[in-house]
Structure formats: C-alpha cells, structure tokens
Design a protein around this ligand. Structure first.
Ligand code: ATP
Ligand code: MG
Length: 586
C-alpha cells in the first residue's frame, strides 16, 4: 500500500543508484577486461555467527552484493562458523533476516564453512602428504614462545621433522578424539623465520571437544579461519574475496594454502568446468567507523549481556536489527553505505552523514500524521459536545500521489503544552491568552480562558474557533502560528520513545576509555507515556514510517506493541527514528 513500507523492499531488486567508482570497481573492470576470471564476478559475504550484524557489516554487504549485481555476477552468503564456542543458531537466523531486510538475496542456498569440513579434512591430508603441513605437539603456550616476535625470528617445532606417515597417524588419532584440547595442532610447514608472523607455521587445525551448531558432535577438531576461508572461497568458485584491512597480512597465507593444494582437487570441489576455474584473490578495504558508535562485537555482546541495552535489537544499538526497530529504512542504509565510499585508508565517518541519509529517505517517503507528545486539553466552546467533522489531509505535502487521510475534529482537542504560554517570551508565535493560532489543517482558534487546578497548573484552555477560517486566511489580521493537534475523544493513547546517541564521547572505543560504561549517555532514552496520536495512524500498515508533524520521524515498535488494529489497542509504542532537521512552524 505504500512505497515507504519499511519491510516491503523487493529483496531481489535494490534500487539503482548512481554508481561511484572506487578501487575495487576499477580492479574488477580490469579483471573483466583481461578476462582473468573469464568475465565471472562471484563474491561472498562471510559473517561469523557470533553476534548480530551492525552498520559496519552493512558496508561489506552492500559492497559485495552490489559489485556482484553490477557485473551480472553472484554473491554467496557463507557463515564462517569455525569457532563453535561463540556461535549460535540465533545469530545465523538473525543475520539471514537482516540481509534480506537490507534488500539483498544471496545466490543459491546459504553456505556454511562447516559444510566443507569433510573437504577441508581431505585437503589437510593432501597438505601433510606433500610435506606442507605437520602435526605439532607444542602446547599453545609453547607454540607462542616458539613463534618469536616482530624482531626475533621463531624456532622450529620439534615435531617439524616427523615423517609424513607419522603425521597422518597422529591426524587420524586427533580426529578420532584420542587427545585433549590443545594436546596437538596441525600446522602449515612454511617458514619460522618469515618477517610475516602469519607465515611462521600457522595453525590450520586445533582440537576442540565441543558441539557445533551445524555439525553437532561429528567433529572434535576444527579448522582455523585462515585455513578455512581461502579453501571455502575456492570451493565456491569465488573470484573476488573482499575483506577488511586487518586481513592484509594474512593474504600471503591465503595464497600459500591455495597454491600448495592441487588445483584440480579444488576445482573438482567447486563443480566448475576447467576452463572457468581460476583461484580466488583477496582484496582488502578499510572498515567503516562511525563516531559516537561502538562496533566491536565483543563489546556489543557485553552490553546486551549486562543489560546496558534491552537487547541486540535495542533501537539505540548500531545493529541492523536495532536500526530496523527504530525505523531506519533499508534504502537509507544502502544510500549511506554507497556514499561513504570504499578505500584502503581508514577514516571516521560523522554520524551526521548517516542521519542525513535517514532524513533524506524519510522526508520523501514517510507519511505525515499528528501526535501530541505532552497533551493539553483545548475545549472549543462554539462547537457542540457531539461536533464532528472529518478533515481530509495529505499523506505527503509534496506528493499528492501518496493520497489523503481523514482527520476528525471534535469539541475537545489536545495541543502540546509547549504550544501555549501564559506569559509568552518575545517572539512567541503560538497560543497565548487572548491570542490566536491555527490548528494545522483546520480552523484558527482564540484562547478565551485558562483553567487551572488547585496547584495552579494549567489543565485546560477554553477557545473559540473562527468558523470562517477553514482553508482560508482570517479576515483583517495575520495569524502566524500553526500548531499540531489531535481530537481528544478520537485520538489514541500511545507511548513514545525518544532516543539520543548512546555514547557521549566521539570514540567510545578509544584507548583513553577504560570501560565503555563510563561513557554511556545516561539520557539516551526518554519515555513519554500518554501521548495522543490521530486515529488514522492505527488503521495503517504497522510497518509504515511516519513523520509526526513537528516532532520527527516515528515507527511503531511492533515487538513491544499490541496489534494497532486491535479494537482496543492499548500498549502502543512509537520509536522516534530521528528528529526533524527543521520544524515547519515554531
Ligand atoms: P569479529 O571478527 O571481531 O567477530 P567482525 O566484525 O570482523 O568481528 P565478521 O562476522 O567476521 O565480524 O564480519 C563479516 C564481514 O564483515 C567480514 O568480511 C568483515 O571484514 C566485514 N566487516 C566487519 N566489520 C566491518 C566494518 N566496520 N566495516 C566494513 N566491513 C566490516
Ligand atoms: Mg571477523
């Protein structure tokens, strides 16, 4: 029913945007021109299912999926699940849902590194058989000591000289579960004197007696990330393996592993014809960093576990689940990811840029409605008690094609407390005793009387409507102020949540911050009960983004709310996605 439906973006067709060139797009153009991969472009997004996706991941998702789509290629979703301790099915499910929500769909079935465990095991036998890997008996502490440092080269493990046959027997015994965690590992036989520490006989397999969320108890040895990633890419026929800069020093290992395996056996696993098969290449780009935002998954998980936020999908979190619940649209995020660009040098992006993209999309697409956050009753004395007219108002002021809604006007309405001043400061343009203001889209009213309770607080205003002012300027005078309002009898009570940034320092992950809890903004959430929203809002698609006029963009929290179409919808929560840059009247 609307093009701003937050969840209805066609997952297969992200909107076409002007494409800005970057070094990865240039690389792919060159590869296509030289037919390096026979013109194939096949990327993958490889999350580890150990947390929810955040906006940094969105950058990687947009890059991988868009680059593939632009080149008529494919992008796989592969769970990089080699660390069963930290992983879970909950994360797998959330990640899949978030990627679809962002507007992308992967090629074929979801892949799991764990589904290659058999192949990876066959390949480790191959490496050992070529004397390119061995089973090492050093404990993890000893192995660290033998590894050397940035200035000192490492020392060979005493296990390095075992025969191939001895290594194969130990490998089989490792797999059979004969040894404790850490008793042995399988290591590549490369060079303990390499200036690149990643090349000093890195560990390829370790013993972990632990159940895996995909393979249950089939394995008690698990391959490492470095060993798994390149082979998984090769098995899937990936051409361009895009990852973040911290993997730059791992690239020689990525290449070493693939080059030391029989290409024919990798190709056979991929199922690709000989003519199309070329080993994948890794390319690194800089991570997205945003100020006032923490993205380390470990810290985000800690915030969830210690209830610093209500969950991974707390609307203040930089997670896709949180942003979705806050009302950020997939289109806004995609535009943001495209505008931050792709490069190899790290920079911190200003949160204002994300806010700009969110407002830009919502301004175009959110439907307008009125919601009074701090209600003050206005009795219109020249309307009868059963007075009711239904005013037609545009859903979008700049786009008539988005249709109109009915807004009921009755004998009593609410306006915001801040829109009335008994002692107005200079320049106050809203309602005052004896003064006039226009009810948005309706009549001009004049305040005749202020009613207070015993404590002297204003509880009601008695006003008169100028019946000659519907859709017309008042005669002989100017009324500058316009205020939003909601019918008292037909408006619906809702709770509104306003958000501020979660941290009050620019870099909550800086070394100067000992504990992120010290820099949490204590005022990041404000809850306002008993707000009143115009009834049309609740008959709409619950997934619609709204601009509550003068208050910002809001989104129904469908997790905490009851169904708004319920005949007696109580417990309705609206989250403010973002405030308005400018209000249309003040
Ligand atoms: P960790 O490895 O600490 O668990 P991670 O953020 O690297 O965290 P992954 O699940 O491995 O988590 O990330 C999946 C993909 O997203 C990787 O290719 C990674 O390089 C990329 N990625 C992660 N963070 C960012 C970021 N801030 N900007 C861009 N890409 C990112
Ligand atoms: Mg990672």
């Amino acid at each position: 029913m609307t093009n701003s439906n937050n969840d209805s973006v066609d997952a297969k067709q992200p909107p076409k945007k002007t494409v800005v060139s970057n070094f990865i797009r240039q690389l792919i153009s060159r590869d296509n021109a030289s037919a390096k991969y026979g013109g194939r472009v096949h990327t993958r997004f490889p999350p580890e299912p150990n947390g929810y996706l955040h906006i940094g991941h969105a950058k990687s998702i947009c890059l991988n999926f868009s680059i593939a789509a632009e080149n008529n290629g494919f992008c796989n979703l592969r769970f990089d699940d080699t660390n069963p301790e930290k992983e879970s099915q909950e994360y797998v499910d959330a990640i899949k849902e978030n990627i679809n929500w962002l507007g992308f769909s992967w090629q074929g079935d979801v892949r799991y590194s764990s589904s290659y465990f058999d192949a990876l095991y066959a390949f480790i036998i191959q490496l050992i058989g070529k004397d390119k890997a061995y089973v090492c008996s050093l404990s993890p502490e000893q192995a660290r000591e033998y590894r050397g440092s940035l200035t000192d080269s490492g020392r060979n493990s005493p296990s390095r000289d075992a025969t191939i046959a001895e290594n194969l027997i130990l490998l089989e015994r490792m797999r059979a579960g004969e040894f404790e965690n850490g008793a042995y590992s399988v290591r590549a036989k490369i060079d303990m004197a390499s200036p690149n520490i990643n090349m000093r006989d890195p560990v390829l397999y370790r013993i972990r007696h632990i159940e895996h969320h995909q393979t249950a108890n089939k394995w008690c040895i698990y391959p490492t990330y470095d060993y798994t990633h390149c082979i998984s890419d090769a098995i899937e026929g990936i051409t361009h393996s895009l990852c973040t800069m911290e993997f730059e020093d791992h690239r020689p290992l990525y290449n070493w592993i693939l080059e030391n395996l029989e290409i024919s056996s990798l190709r056979a696993e991929s199922g690709l014809p000989d003519s199309e098969y070329v080993l994948p290449g890794q390319t690194e780009f800089a991570k997205l960093k945003l100020n006032y935002t923490m993205m380390g998954k470990r810290n985000l998980k800690n915030m969830v576990d210690t209830h610093a936020v209500s969950g991974w999908d707390d609307p203040r979190m930089p997670t896709l689940a949180g942003m979705r619940r806050r009302g950020v649209t997939p289109a806004a995020l995609r535009n943001f990811c495209e505008s931050v660009g792709v490069s190899r040098s790290e920079s911190v992006v200003d949160l204002g840029m994300l806010e700009y993209c969110i407002r830009e999309d919502l301004d175009k697409n959110a439907w307008r409605a009125m919601c009074v956050l701090r209600p003050l009753k206005v009795v219109i004395s020249n309307f009868s008690a059963d007075y009711l007219i239904k005013l037609l108002m545009s859903n979008h002021p700049k786009d008539e094609s988005q249709g109109k809604r009915e807004v009921p006007l009755t004998h009593e309405v609410y306006i915001d407390r801040a829109d009335f001043e008994e002692m107005p400061p200079p320049g106050f343009k809203r309602l005052t005793l004896g003064g006039e203001v226009r009810l948005r889209g309706a009549y001009v009213i004049r305040c005749d009387e202020v009613i207070k309770n015993d404590q002297g607080e204003i509880i009601e205003l008695v006003c008169t409507a100028d019946l000659d002012t519907l859709g017309k300027k008042p005669e002989g005078r100017k009324v500058k102020g316009v205020v939003h309002w909601v019918s008292a009898s037909l408006g619906k009570s809702v709770t509104v949540r306003l958000y501020d940034r979660l941290f009050n320092v620019e870099n909550p992950e800086s070394k100067d911050v000992e504990d992120y809890r010290d820099v949490l903004n204590p005022n990041s959430l404000e809850i306002i009960d008993n707000c009143v929203v115009e009834p049309s809002v609740l008959t709409r698609d619950a997934k619609l983004n709204f601009q509550f006029e003068r208050e910002g963009y809001f989104y129904l929290d469908s997790k905490d709310s009851k169904d708004p179409k319920d005949p007696a919808p109580t417990d309705l929560y609206f989250n403010r996605t973002i405030s308005l840059r400018d209000s249309w009247s003040s």
